[in-house]
Structures are given as structure tokens and as C-alpha cells.
Ligand binder design. Structure first.
Ligand code: PLP
Length: 414
């Protein structure tokens, strides 16, 4: 059992033991998918086994589902600093951004504003409203996201009185920059626009207080920094959007009452934005992982450790000749993005993976490597990774020493 109060030298091995995939390599890709806690995997397996034994058709099963969904909303609400009545369950960040984007009262000639650092999870729903509703899309160039004054100036120019929605990331998936959400939200609100925030790279990595950020909608995934299963997410919906009768997608979970004659009443809370049914074991896994983060490592400790380790990683990498760190150190979360001179990033990452067993990804549009520094990462792992980067950076693809492969040749013999 891990408790938040163990000293770090006991706590970190205990947490890694509770997150078995941290032993699969140097786990540096929570930004894609975090390591699942053993406890969540057990809870999901138990739920699957229960479904197998008893079926899924008993009315009690339905009531159980409602309770579990309530637990999941409560667990996420605690992380986002809000009340469960403000949380709608979704299937992904992208799902939440779609719900938020389509909730605006669009009219032809309206404008949607975003930044040049967005993931398709934010950009694709905007593309869809542009295609379908004739909405203009304005993409503010915010560089690498490190110059807050320049970002605010670009957003100030982009957000006009015709702007209906400003959709931005809290933390950019591409450079790891933490954007000035509060200031952008203030600008947007002063011009009558709604604000939808993509929190995929922030929730579980940095403290998030949705009300203080000024977001009308804030979308979160289960599978990244909250270490949950895929196929689950959550959408925070502020009071400012809870009185909206217009929801673009809907389902029976959204209604307090819906009669066959078509009359009905949406839930007064964020459930009005839920539009589909859920896989109960995944709901349980999502609630368990999210609550596990709060109860075992403890979120304040998680945030402190990620901030300290990620900044130290930037410093270690920036010290290596030939390495260019793109992540703005003063405005970052857990992502670190860098390039190695003389290498294209897929090739460099292949070398690093073979030499250090790291698990990371490439950001193709920047030709850069992105690592995610987790609270479970160790100093030893990050130094080994740094040494790997130093080795690759001191060579070119033509001069790097060959790393002997182990090859198993399948013979014909039985
Ligand atoms: C900023 C950002 N938004 C959205 C996504 C997509 O997340 P999801 O799969 O939860 O929709 C990602 C991750 O891949 C991301 O980094």
C-alpha cells in the first residue's frame, strides 16, 4: 500500500510497483497514454468478470452504472477543483471539445479562434463547424508558446466581436508550453465569446482550477496524466453554459425526463451534455485511477515532483551541445520537446529507444522529440536518457557506432 506520507525513497519504488508498466522501459510517454495502476486494472477485470457471470441486463446493473458514473464525476471534479454537478462524462478529450464546439450558437459569418499550437482534438471540431456552418476560423500564431505578451497580442487581434468561441489548449501537445488561459478567457469574454479549453496535457500534470481559469468548458482525458483507461474523459461545464437549451448531440443520459411525444427536460447540471452510453468497466477504471492519483501519490506531491523533474530535464538536455529545447522552461508542465542537430527526429528517437529503452514520441510538425516526465520517473532514468541524447548528439547518423542487435532466426526444426 502506498501512502502520500512515505518519504520519497520509499514512496517512488512503491508507486512504480503499483504501476507495472513503468518497468517496461523508461516510460516517457504519459502525454500519449499513462501507465495504468494495477489497482485500476484489477477493478476493471473484476467488473468484466461480474458482467460475464451475471449479465448486463438486470435493472440493478443499470442503477449500479448510475452510481459508478457519479463516482467518476466526483473523482474528476476533485482534480479540477469543482463540483460533480459541473462534470459531464465523455469518451475522450476530443469528444468533450466536440460537445463544447457545437454548443456555441453559431451563425454564418461567426468566427472561431484558436492558436497555432493545437492538437487535432481541438482543431478538428473547429474544422467541422467551419465546413458545415460557414464559420470563419482564425488561427493565431503563438510561436512556441513561450512569449506570453506576444500570445496575448496575437489573441487580442484574432478575437473580434464576431468571435463566438475561443478554443485553446491549456498545455500545448506540440511544444509543452502552458498557455495564459485566464488572460485569453478574459479577452474572449469581454468580446462575448465562449471559451473551451483542451486540458489533455494539463489534467493530472499541473494544478487545474477550472473556475479560476475562466473556462466555460474544459475537456480532460482519462488515459493520459490521470492514468485511466482509454475511451473515457470528462468535460467541465461552467454555470455560464448550464442554462443552454441548445445541445448539439444528445442521448437519454442528458434528460431528466423525455416523453414519447418529444416533450422533455434536460438535466439542470452538466449531465445535459452527456450524449451516449458508457462501458461500465471503463467508467470504474477511470474513477479508480483518478481517485488513486488523489489518494496514493497525492496530487500536490505529483504536481511538485513533475514540475521539479521536468525543469531539471530541460536543464540537462539544454546543456548538451547540439540539443535545442523547444519547451519554454518558465511556462511548462510535464512535456519536454527538443531537437538534435544533424538528425531527423524519427531517426534520433529510434537510436534513443534502442540504446536507452525509452518510450517517447515524435512531433512531426516540429521535427522534434517529445518526452513526458512523470511523477514516477526517477532521476536515474532521466540521467540515462540524457546520456543517450548526449551520445546521439555527439554523432551523425553516419558516424554513430552500430548497436549490435539480437536477432532470433526462426529455424524449420520442430
Ligand atoms: C492537447 C491534446 N488534445 C487532445 C488530445 C487527444 O486526446 P483524446 O484521445 O483524449 O481525445 C491529445 C492527445 O493525444 C492532446 O495532446
Amino acid at each position: 500500500m502506498v501512502t502520500p506520507f512515505l518519504p520519497d525513497d520509499e514512496k517512488i519504488p512503491a508507486l512504480r510497483e503499483a504501476l507495472p508498466s513503468t518497468a517496461a522501459g523508461i516510460y516517457l510517454n504519459t502525454g500519449s497514454c499513462g501507465p495504468l495502476p494495477r489497482e485500476s486494472a484489477h477493478a476493471m477485470a473484476e467488473a468484466e468478470a461480474w458482467e460475464l457471470r451475471t449479465g448486463r441486463a438486470d435493472p440493478a446493473y443499470y442503477d449500479e452504472g448510475l452510481e459508478r458514473k457519479g463516482e467518476a464525476r466526483g473523482a474528476v471534479a476533485a482534480v479540477l477543483g469543482t463540483d460533480p454537478s459541473h462534470i459531464a462524462l465523455t469518451h475522450a478529450t476530443t469528444d468533450g471539445m466536440n460537445v463544447a464546439t457545437w454548443a456555441a450558437d453559431w451563425r454564418p459569418g461567426d468566427r472561431a479562434v484558436t492558436t497555432s499550437l493545437e492538437h487535432p482534438g481541438t482543431l478538428a471540431p473547429l474544422w467541422a463547424v467551419r465546413e458545415r456552418l460557414g464559420v470563419d476560423l482564425s488561427i493565431a500564431d503563438v510561436g512556441l508558446g513561450g512569449d506570453r505578451a506576444a500570445i496575448l497580442e496575437a489573441m487580442d487581434q484574432a478575437i473580434t466581436p464576431a468571435t463566438r468561441l475561443v478554443a485553446i489548449s491549456h498545455v500545448s501537445f506540440a511544444t509543452g508550453a502552458r498557455l495564459p488561459v485566464r488572460e485569453i478567457a478574459d479577452l474572449a469574454h469581454s468580446r462575448g465569446a465562449l471559451v473551451a479549453v483542451d486540458g489533455a496535457q494539463a489534467v493530472g500534470a499541473v494544478p487545474v482550477d477550472v473556475a479560476a481559469l475562466g473556462a466555460d468548458f474544459y475537456a480532460a482525458p482519462g488515459q493520459k496524466w490521470l492514468l485511466g483507461p482509454e475511451g473515457m474523459g470528462a468535460l467541465y461545464c461552467a454555470d455560464s453554459v448550464l442554462d443552454r437549451p441548445r445541445v448539439a448531440f444528445s442521448g437519454y443520459g442528458a434528460f431528466e425526463k423525455l416523453d414519447p411525444d418529444g416533450s422533455g427536460r434536460l438535466w439542470p447540471d452538466a449531465r445535459r451534455f452527456e450524449n451516449s452510453t458508457f462501458h461500465l468497466p471503463s467508467v470504474i477504471g477511470f474513477a479508480r485511477s483518478t481517485a488513486w492519483m488523489s489518494m496514493y501519490p497525492g496530487l500536490p506531491w505529483v504536481y511538485d515532483r513533475i514540475a521539479t523533474l521536468a525543469a531539471a530535464t530541460v536543464d540537462m538536455l539544454a546543456d548538451i551541445p547540439g540539443v535545442e529545447v523547444l519547451t519554454p522552461r518558465e511556462n511548462m508542465a510535464g512535456l519536454v520537446v527538443f531537437r538534435i542537430a544533424g538528425w531527423n527526429s524519427p531517426e534520433a528517437l529510434r537510436e534513443l529507444s534502442q540504446r536507452t529503452y525509452c518510450i517517447a514520441r515524435v512531433i512531426p510538425q516540429l521535427d522534434a522529440i517529445r518526452i513526458s516526465v512523470g511523477f514516477f520517473s526517477t532521476g536515474g532514468e532521466l540521467r540515462r536518457f540524457r546520456d543517450g541524447v548526449a551520445l546521439v548528439a555527439s554523432h551523425t547518423p553516419a558516424t554513430i557506432p552500430h548497436k549490435p542487435k539480437i536477432e532470433i532466426i526462426q529455424g524449420g526444426a520442430e
